[in-house]
Write a protein that binds this ligand. Structure first.
Ligand SMILES: Nc1ncnc2c1ncn2[C@@H]1O[C@H](COP(=O)(O)OP(=O)(O)OP(=O)(O)O)[C@@H](O)[C@H]1O
Ligand code: SF4
Ligand SMILES: [Mg+2]
Length: 351
């Protein structure tokens, strides 16, 4: 498909990109006692072939809800709006793909695992504690087979464990999740997610619960698999240090909305939204000076300010910020931020 090479109005040329996921105005609404709330609010982005897109934001910013909505796994009673176009591998560039939001439950079951898969922060939530891990991986493969051949499925499950760099995969296949360490369980999750050969992988904080050494190994494994399998990776984390290592581009979320997006190094070196600037000042791996936490907390979804949601915590706040939710404005080529101070011609100055 064609997308503008630059978000700035001056740039009108186009480049050809192989889009895997095209998310347009995705909104998730949840019923609460005080009415409907929107943990994901008009989110739009494109994930390209073999690209890693990092999604960052504090706890409660909507990262997991966004991933669950893409997988059709949002909580019961939730409403999804917008469009999510999923392009199968090798599909013609001009084909629109499948709108995940309009897929039937059986179509969604066929897509999940085969086209798009997810790994979670805590693998125990996704693994069945009373089933051997090999059998769970076989199950993930069998769902997509019309005429399952048990021997072939077993071999593919062992291959998946091998691919996820588990030593002695035949032994591991016979073990139960509780017999494995946290790092090995996460490798099993990765093996299971990739067993049916998806082109898109959503990794929701895949290394957060692990110690630093194991975290590094999991990140290296994901980077290797991404390269080998040409995976498109949606990498979710609250750790800007991690996202700096893995992502080509970054989306920053706040209170359900995208507040900044752009190439990783551009966003980390020249943040254009005060929230991103605050995250950077509070990031232990990136900030060289004194760490400064962002004052206050993420607002409750049923009590969002009328204008900019970050206003109560923003050091640059002016009255105009409260008039309406700011647009996601072009700040530079391929770089946007949802702040009234941002303009293409006049970059915002931050100390
Ligand atoms: N089942 C639910 N019902 C009502 N609100 C929910 C439900 N699940 C999540 N939320 C709310 O949706 C918002 C977004 O939650 P989400 O779990 O997506 O955040 P997150 O960015 O993944 O945070 P974390 O970094 O802690 O994982 C939060 O305000 C949360 O309280
Ligand atoms: S719009 Fe205003 S309150 Fe919001 S981030 Fe920008 S300066 Fe801060
Ligand atoms: Mg989460």
């Amino acid at each position: 498909m064609q997308i503008p090479a630059s978000s700035c109005p001056a740039a009108s040329y186009y480049v050809l990109m192989a889009t895997r996921l095209d998310v347009r105005n995705l909104t998730v609404e949840l019923p609460t006692q005080s009415g409907w709330v929107r943990p994901v609010n008009e989110v739009s982005f494109v994930l390209d072939e073999a690209e890693t897109l990092g999604i960052v934001g504090e706890s409660g910013s909507g990262k997991t809800m966004l991933s669950l909505a893409l997988m059709g796994l949002e909580p019961p009673g939730a409403r999804r709006k917008g469009q999510v176009w999923l392009h199968e591998r090798d599909s013609a560039a001009d084909k629109r793909g499948i709108n995940v939001l309009a897929a039937s439950p059986s179509e969604m079951r066929a897509l999940r695992g085969r086209e798009i898969a997810m790994i979670f922060q805590e693998p125990m939530t996704a693994l069945n504690p009373v089933m051997r891990v090999g059998a769970q991986i076989e199950e993930a493969i069998r769902v997509h087979e019309n005429r399952p051949n048990q021997n072939q499925i077993h071999s593919r499950a062992i291959q998946s464990l091998e691919r996820a760099a588990l030593s002695d995969p035949k032994l591991r296949a016979r073990q139960y999740p509780h017999q494995l360490s946290g790092g090995l369980r996460q490798r099993v999750m990765i093996a299971m997610a990739l067993a049916a050969g998806p082109g898109i992988l959503i990794a929701d904080e895949p290394s957060t619960a692990l110690d630093v050494t194991v975290q590094k190994q999991i990140l290296e494994l994901l980077a290797k698999l991404r390269k080998e399998l040409r995976l498109s990776l949606l990498f979710i984390t609250h750790d800007l240090g991690v996202v700096a290592q893995v992502a080509d581009r970054i989306i920053v979320m706040y209170a359900g909305r995208i507040v900044e997006e752009g190439p990783t190094m551009e966003v980390l070196r020249h943040p254009r939204h005060p929230y991103t600037e605050g995250l950077l000042r509070a990031a232990p791996h990136l900030e060289r000076g004194k760490l400064v936490p962002i004052p206050g907390t993420v607002p409750a979804l049923n009590a969002l300010p009328s204008g900019c949601a970050f206003a109560p915590r923003c050091p640059y706040h002016v009255t105009e910020c409260d008039a309406a939710v700011p647009d996601n404005r072009p700040a530079d080529s391929n770089h946007r931020a949802r702040c009234i101070l941002v303009s293409c011609a006049q970059p915002m100055t931050m100390n």
